[in-house]
Write a protein that binds this ligand. Structure first.
Ligand code: GDP
Ligand code: MG
Length: 450
């Protein structure tokens, strides 16, 4: 499978200059390589930060002062001998240390290879390894919190609990099969059905938060729609906190999609401003309108803006109808002007893009529309599409097993096949049983040095 007997090396800090930069070594040769690279002759003390220098190469002079720390196996990030050399964050110096380590026998690490080794050495399961990447990628504090929870093992524990229940049920069913002559059931079919139903319920509880979890992990797209001049671009700019989109009193100003990523209550939202929807003969504008319609179709949320200071126009009515089945918020803008009563089919959020009035209520409404009220409070235990898909497959197998258990005439063997299939999916989530391809796919998305 993957080579783990050699020693890998990588720069663990981001490319570019910084106050500090870290070169990380992992593998059996790590302490030996460190002794070769560093001026300090004696072996590094375990888990002690040691101030030293990088040994001069040939007749060069020493290139940097560093702090080196040795983490002996198995108490290290990877479970192997690890040495971290912290120097000044100069790409030139760090590259020089890297090159010397390679010249002395280390191999340049692949992306995610340190974390892969941690996984292969049983330091972390697959869910926790994936959480490492999510944590590094997190763009909002909420994303970081969800990733950290998974890193700490919240999802791992819940899966282990489900797995233990399935294991117990399978063991008892197998015992019944092994001692057929006794005519004794270690588990009655009715009890098996109830137990499976209760595992399904626990799975459903987990999956019910998956939409929110995925939205938090991957972010969402919200499209600002409405007829020309209702204040879409003004609202967009206000939410984005920058004057990205051009605002003029002339209808038809916005002709292309303008996007900006914003953080709304911890959810990373790609906000899209569109051309106002209307019939137009202008070629560019009508292309803009078409793009806007398309964007609306694929968005997670539509922010439909109407002008609260004017009666609804035909275009407003048409848009209200077109977006009736979408996840949408109807926004009545220009609350700073005298309001006219609008007979809207849903409760609107009143704002003024000009004064900023009502925008915090709008932000709250956006977050709630995307992930639900209570979901915001307790973090979602599941957020990764790979996990969600496997848990759904697990649930499908359990559903077949439950029906088999309920139909009293189905032999236990059949029940067992589906229960084992369900367990296998759980094993795949945590990586007890995962193909090399899947592992490669997961780890190649990591950064180098992690
Ligand atoms: N009084 C008032 N005027 C607004 C407000 N929002 C936008 N406008 C004005 O409405 C006009 C059209 O705004 P714009 O954002 O370009 O609308 P869009 O065509 O829907 O993108 C501009 O003159 C804005 O200054 C608001 O909340 N109150
Ligand atoms: Mg506009």
């Amino acid at each position: 499978m993957f080579a783990t007997d050699d020693t890998i090396v990588a720069i663990a800090t981001p490319p570019g200059r910084g106050a500090l930069g870290v070169v990380r070594l992992s593998g059996p040769q790590a302490p030996g390589l460190a002794a070769h690279l560093l001026e300090r002759g004696r072996a590094l003390q375990p888990r002690r930060a040691t101030f030293t220098r990088v040994r001069p190469d040939g007749d060069e002079s020493a290139i940097d002062e560093v702090v080196a720390t040795f983490f002996p196996a198995p108490r290290s990030y990877t479970g192997e001998h690890v040495v971290e050399i912290t120097g000044h964050g100069s790409p030139v110096l760090l590259q020089a240390v890297l090159k010397r380590a390679i010249a002395a026998g280390a191999r340049l690490a692949e992306p995610g290879e340190f974390t892969l080794r941690a996984f292969l050495n049983g330091k972390r399961d697959l869910v926790q390894s994936e959480a490492v990447a999510d944590l590094i990628e997190a763009a909002t504090p909420l994303q970081a919190r969800v990733a950290f929870d998974q890193l700490e093992g919240t999802l791992t524990e819940r899966i282990a609990a489900l797995d233990a229940r399935l294991f117990d049920l399978i063991a008892r069913l197998e015992a019944s099969l092994d001692f057929p002559d006794e005519g004794y059931h270690f588990v009655e079919p009715a009890h098996a059905a109830t137990e499976i139903a209760s595992v399904i319920e626990a799975l459903d509880d987990l999956l019910s938060r998956a939409v929110a979890g995925r939205m938090i992990r991957e972010g969402a797209t919200a499209v600002v729609a409405g007829r020309p001049n209702v204040g879409k671009s003004s609202l967009f700019n206000n939410l984005a906190g920058t004057a990205r989109a051009i605002v003029t009193p002339m209808p038809g100003t916005t002709r292309d999609l303008v996007t900006e990523t914003i953080d709304v209550e911890g959810i990373a939202i790609t906000l899209v401003d569109t051309a106002g929807w209307r019939d137009t003969h202008d070629l560019i504008e009508s292309e803009g309108v078409a793009r806007g319609v398309h964007a609306r179709g694929v968005a997670d949320l539509v922010l439909l803006v109407v002008d609260g200071s004017e009666p609804l126009a035909d275009e407003d009515l048409r848009l209200l109808e077109d977006t009736a089945n979408a996840n949408r918020i109807v926004i009545s803008n220009k609350s700073d002007l005298a309001a006219v009563p609008l007979s809207l089919p849903v409760r609107e959020v009143r704002v003024s893009a000009l004064t900023g009035d009502g925008l915090s209520a709008l932000r709250r409404a956006i977050a709630t529309a995307l992930i639900g009220e209570e979901r915001l409070r307790d973090s979602a235990p599941i957020s990764n599409t790979r996990h969600i898909a496997l848990l759904e497959q697990c649930r499908a197998s359990l559903e077949v097993a439950r029906q088999a258990a309920e139909a009293a005439d189905v032999p236990e063997e059949f029940l067992l096949i589906d229960l084992q299939a369900a367990r296998m999916r759980l094993d795949e989530v945590v990586g007890r049983r995962t193909s090399e391809d899947v592992l490669r796919h997961i780890f190649e998305h990591f950064c180098i040095g992690k």
